[in-house]
Design a protein around this ligand. Sequence first.
Ligand code: KIV
Length: 264
Amino acid sequence: MSKVTAPSLKERKMRGEKLAVLTAYDYPTAKLMDECSVDAILVGDSCAMVVMGRENTLSLTVDEILHHVKMVSAAAEHAFIIADMPFLSYQISTEESVRNAGRLVAEGGAHCVKLEGPARIFGDTIRAIQNASIPVMGHLGLTPQSIHVMGGYKVQGKDQESRKLLKQDALELDELGCCAIVLECIPPDLAEEISASVSCPTIGIGAGAGCDGQVLVMHDMMGWGGTRFTKTFTDVKTSMEAAFNGYITEVKAGTFPAQEHQYS
Ligand code: KIV
């Protein structure tokens, strides 16, 4: 199995190969995904919500996500590792942005960083990070770090003006050299139109089948406490509950451990 790299993402798009991306935040999960040949693993700032139990992604720090990026990158042999840049790690100055992106790559072992927003705001930052030889993935549409400006987790690009702007933003990120662009919660026909117009792959989440790839938050697709609208591929929560309840019942009843579970 060949390693997935930033340049190979575009090659895969040209070959018409769809990209399957999942989030992971720890070593054993990332190892299993890598063994299943997932193309890329995103250490998303969704970590704050699905793993840390926080209300939104805004309080996650670089040090916190770095801890998770290290675990995930230690597991990956072929998957491309993307690290999310937390809120305020790339909004303050280009210098701080490059330093923070550099930490995620140098200390964390990520192959790429992802940041939310258009080139008309973050163009200089994206250029500076890329000039430090770090591939950048864009993220447009519903950008959860802007939740207070958007007024909640809402579908974006519903009217003509915002559709036009979203397409223009995607073209500009592509022009800047982003290795891929996440399109979150936008109408499927717009996502399809954008995907056909940019040279880099689009990775959709709640953006329909016309994207060049898909990304899902692992906990959402496993029915494990996630809240986003998606398909549940397996019901891990029920299996875990059965295991926990079985263990508790057997310990209380004194039937676990049995003879075969003890060291002689
Ligand atoms: O943080 C995350 O998991 C993400 C995905 C929703 C794309 O950015």
